[in-house]
Each structure stands twice: as structure tokens, then as C-alpha cells.
Design a protein around this ligand. Structure first.
Ligand code: DX5
Ligand code: ZN
Length: 220
């Protein structure tokens, strides 16, 4: 299984101190920063966008993990790439021409991820799995931080990891939503290795929380 990585989601950070919040998780050893983009259409809320990513880029060396929860992501790939994203993840439910979108992300020199909502079957990514760098399994419905983990998603993670292993693919599986110290071992045991955590990192001391996640995984 590929290496464990924590991707703190700034959706739960204090937006008036975003630069400092990003620095705190970087100092504590988190390798990624998860940037949730919502358009009020695909996801029933709004969050951050291109100028915020551009500003953060000047202060952070983290891998920018941009999660596009928007309709027509194909119109904005170049803008999010130029803003400083390193990895751009699009939803299969939002892409009519998913294969083309993945190729476009790669042609911009960026890593490509595909995301599945909780109710979307794992089968929907099997034909393009070997093309992508990461598969994101949503473990809550997109839109808000602080929601509860949906239990049937553990089976989905296990099914996807098993299938990837059969295909001899060591693709990253990211999980996003409702993950904390109480259930991170469950999702990692099932086969996820890139863990998004918003509230569990930014509520309280972000640096200490990042370290607590690593301690929890190391003791598995
Ligand atoms: C939900 C977002 C998540 C969210 C996770 O639509 O994609 O990244 O920030 O937040 P927590 O960890 O609080 O569930
Ligand atoms: Zn996300």
C-alpha cells in the first residue's frame, strides 16, 4: 500500500489567519494541504477559490491538493493550475468527458485525481484508474466540514484497494469527510492512504493534531 499522508482541509481553518494555519500544519509535518472549492451548484455551499489559492501559494511549500466540487471543472483547470495547485481532483459526477479532463490536467503538468460521492459505485472509475494519480472516495456528501462519517464507505475503500491490488496498481486512495482520531485506523486498515481532515486538525491546536494523527497511524 502507498505511504500514509495527511491532507489537512483548510475549510475548517480560521480564514482570517489562513497563512499561519497552513504554516502550522506544514511545520508539524503534514505533506499536503486540502483546498475545497465549491460553486453552490455541484456542492450546496461556497468556499474558497483562485485568489485564495494564489495567496496561500506564496506562503506554503505544501503539496496543494485542490478538490473541485464544481460543475464544468474543465473550464477552470488552467486557472487552478496557474494559481498553484499541484494535484487537481475532479468529480466523476461533474465530468461528461472524464477521460479528456484527466488528460488535460496532466497536460498542464499537474497530478490528476478523480472523486466519487458516497453513493457513486467504485466501478465508475475502473477504466480510468490506471490514468490517475489518486482516487478520492468521499466519506460524507460534499458541501460542509464537520459532518459524520458514512459507515458503508469503509466497504467501498476495501473494495477499491482490493481491486487496485489485483490490477497491480498502487494508486493513492484519498478519503474525505468525518475522519478523526476515532476512525482513521478503520479507513487506513481498509486501504485508504491519503487522509483529509478538516475539523479534526483545525479545531484546537493544528500542529498538535497533525502529530496526533501520525502517532495514531504509527501505533497500528
Ligand atoms: C466536504 C469537503 C471536506 C471537508 C472535510 O465537502 O470536501 O474536505 O472539509 O471536513 P471534515 O474533516 O471536518 O469532515
Ligand atoms: Zn474535500
Amino acid at each position: 500500500m502507498p505511504e500514509f499522508k495527511l491532507s489537512p482541509s483548510v475549510l475548517a481553518a480560521d480564514f482570517s489567519r489562513l497563512g499561519e494555519e497552513a504554516e502550522a500544519v506544514e511545520k508539524a509535518g503534514a505533506p499536503y494541504l486540502h483546498l475545497d472549492v465549491m460553486d453552490g451548484q455541484f456542492a450546496p455551499s461556497f468556499s474558497l477559490g483562485i485568489p485564495v489559492i494564489e495567496s496561500l501559494r506564496k506562503r506554503s511549500g505544501l503539496l496543494f491538493d485542490t478538490h473541485l466540487m464544481i460543475e464544468h471543472p474543465e473550464h477552470y483547470l488552467e486557472a487552478f493550475a496557474q494559481a498553484g495547485s499541484d494535484l487537481i481532483t475532479v468529480h466523476v459526477e461533474a465530468c461528461r468527458h472524464l477521460d479528456r479532463v484527466i488528460r488535460e490536467i496532466h497536460s498542464l503538468g499537474k497530478k490528476a485525481g478523480v472523486a466519487l460521492n458516497p453513493a457513486t459505485p467504485v466501478e465508475s472509475v475502473k477504466h480510468i484508474a490506471s490514468m490517475v494519480d489518486m482516487i478520492l472516495l468521499m466519506t460524507v456528501n460534499p458541501g460542509f466540514g464537520g459532518q459524520k462519517y458514512i459507515p458503508y464507505c469503509t466497504r467501498k475503500i476495501r473494495e477499491l484497494r482490493q481491486w487496485l491490488e489485483e490490477e497491480k496498481l498502487d494508486t493513492d486512495i484519498q478519503v474525505d469527510g468525518g475522519i478523526g482520531l476515532d476512525n482513521v485506523r478503520e479507513v487506513v486498515s481498509a486501504g485508504a492512504n491519503v487522509i483529509v481532515a478538516g475539523s479534526a486538525v483545525f479545531r484546537g491546536d493544528p500542529g498538535e493534531n497533525v502529530q496526533a494523527f501520525y502517532r495514531c497511524i504509527e501505533s497500528m
